[in-house]
Design a protein around this ligand. Structure first.
Ligand code: NAD
Ligand code: UDX
Length: 484
């Protein structure tokens, strides 16, 4: 019987291992983490992450062949295949700060694997985390220099799941990528991992490459995806200036089979723990290899994303007579996308900070995000979410208490507000009773739709002044151009 251990019980480690355990009942899968609360969450009825369909998968195999544990050393020592799915955030200090990947967690996991693996058997170590290209070489050095008779093979098996659709993505991946050494031992290790996925993934969707291609493909895929969003967001600004409609433009562009229709929704900006981090990492790697032009190309994707967020804030403020001081603004949605409670790098943080910077009072509603999480996110410096020890509050506790409320429904958020900002595309926001909201708001009442979830025409009929990303502007807004 093969034993798999995964280090890191986060958004990737938890769902990925649960699906492996479900599809491979003869394999014992143990997910370990140094965080006691995370592991007890996985062992409880309320999982530590919200992901549609995940409860059901975990219930079917937890206690059968899926286990969550803090006994890191024991399970890593016993495993034949060790996945490493720890966080690889952006460095906040020292060489490469603000760009390079911080591999502290990865390196300590690798050293721990070497410390606790003591037999003369073979062990496969799988990079599941997204890492800079060539990380496998460094990990190999750590493991072989500290090996106690264990023969290691390192594989790169990056994860492509998206949050909110993780279970669906894992059940039916577009591809599974496995990079390994081009030696007999390397190929044997690739085949061992291929056999795990082959339980449910068609053979032609399992791609084997060399190690560096696999590592780089993950960074490149995220960069391409984010670039599509920055492209459509750049077009959205031009649509607003010209009277074109970004939904129509994206539809027409996406009908070209070479471009394709998906991932072309204009928005207030992309968020999430991956896109920005991985592109910054790519930029840093390009700079290190003496490729400043390539670095500059990818940096623009981030720059447009930042521009899109500040453009949105400027639009809100300029539309409301150039000041939001003391005005209540309802914020609908704080998660970085629908169907998740994850707020890492969510555009809502930048938008709320922008509004607070102009002295607004914000009232936030998100079906999956708690008050504690909102306060923590707003108080933190960029990139600090993954480095809680360096926390330096950006917004004072008194400002947070007096000017940020987190409420339990959209109507409460909008009561006596001057404006509503929609920042996450939760399905429920499409069907709210906007007439009821309008009746309870100050006039003129504004809706700023950062996700194109409402029908601007219907809301205008109610009486709202409506701004929707990349859509033809209200006359009201034309008269008050926003300076980005
Ligand atoms: P996460 O922060 O949710 O989980 C990482 C976990 O690793 C944490 O629970 C942490 O306590 C644990 N950990 C850190 N060091 C450890 C150690 N030495 N021993 C045991 N546990 C340790 O992160 P995540 O979102 O799951 O991402 C993990 C990796 O996967 C990152 O490299 C990320 O870029 C990549 N990735 C993430 C996604 C996503 O959608 N979140 C998708 C694809 C790839
Ligand atoms: C992303 C990648 O899609 C996934 O393959 C990788 O493994 C991890 O990073 P994730 O960040 O979970 O996944 O979600 P994704 O669906 O990619 O959305 C990222 C951000 O882009 C969200 O803020 C989303 O709202 C935004 N987005 C997405 C848009 O603004 N427009 C789009 O058309 C699509």
């Amino acid at each position: 019987m093969v034993k798999i251990c995964c280090i890191g019980a986060g958004y990737v480690g938890g769902p990925t291992m649960a699906v492996i355990a479900l599809k491979c009942p003869e394999i014992e899968v143990v997910v370990v983490d140094i965080s006691e609360p995370r592991i007890s969450g996985w062992n409880s009825d309320r999982l530590p992450i919200y992901e549609p369909g995940l409860d059901d998968v975990v219930k079917q195999c937890r206690g059968r062949n899926l286990f969550f544990s803090t006994e890191v050393h024991r399970h890593v020592g016993e495993a034949d295949i060790v996945f490493v799915s720890v966080n690889t955030p952006t460095k906040t200090c020292g060489l490469g700060a603000g760009k390079a990947a911080d591999l502290t967690y990865w390196e300590s996991a690798a050293r721990m694997i070497a410390d606790v693996s003591r037999s003369d058997k073979k062990k496969i170590v799988v990079e599941k985390s997204t890492v800079p290209v060539k990380t496998a070489e460094a990990i190999e050095k750590i493991l072989t220099h500290n090996s106690r008779g264990v023969k290691y093979q390192i594989l790169s098996n990056p994860e492509f799941l998206a949050e909110g659709t993780a279970v669906r993505d894992l059940f039916s991946p577009d591809r599974v990528l496995i990079g390994g050494r081009e030696t007999p031992e390397g190929r044997e290790a690739v085949n061992a991992l291929r056999n795990v996925y082959a339980h449910w993934v068609p053979e032609d969707r399992i791609i084997a490459t060399n190690l560096w291609s696999a590592e780089l493909s993950k960074l490149a895929a995220n960069a391409f995806l984010a670039q599509r969003i920055s492209s459509v967001n750049a077009v959205s600004a031009l649509c607003e200036a010209t009277g074109a409609d970004v939904t129509e433009v994206a539809h027409s562009v996406g009908r070209d089979a070479r471009i394709g229709p998906r991932f072309l929704s204009a928005s207030v900006g992309f968020g999430g723990s991956c896109f920005q981090k991985d592109i910054l990492n790519l930029v840093y790697i390009c700079e290190c290899y003496g490729l400043p032009e390539v670095a500059g190309y990818w940096r623009e994707v981030i720059r447009i994303n930042d521009y899109q967020k500040s453009r949105f804030v400027n639009r809100v403020v300029s539309s409301m007579f150039n000041t939001v001081a003391g005005k209540k603004i309802a914020v609908l949605g704080f998660a970085f996308k629908k169907d998740t409670g994850d707020t890492r790098e969510t555009p809502a943080i930048d938008v709320c900070r922008g509004l607070l910077g102009d002295k607004a009072v914000v009232s936030i509603y998100d079906p999956q995000v708690t008050e504690e999480q909102v306060h923590r996110d707003l108080a933190m410096k960029q990139f600090d979410w993954d480095h809680p020890r360096h926390l330096q509050p950006l917004i004072s506790p008194s400002d947070l208490a007096n000017r940020v409320a987190v409420v339990h429904d959209a109507y409460e958020a909008a009561r006596e507000a001057h404006a509503v900002c929609i920042l996450t595309e939760w399905d429920d926001f499409r069907n709210l009773d906007y007439q009821r909201m309008f009746d309870a708001m100050h006039k003129p009442a504004f809706v700023f739709d950062g996700r194109n979830v409402v029908d601007p025409a219907k809301l205008r009929e109610i009486g709202f002044v409506v701004y929707a990303i990349g859509k033809p502007l209200d006359n009201w807004l034309k008269d008050m151009p926003a300076v980005a």
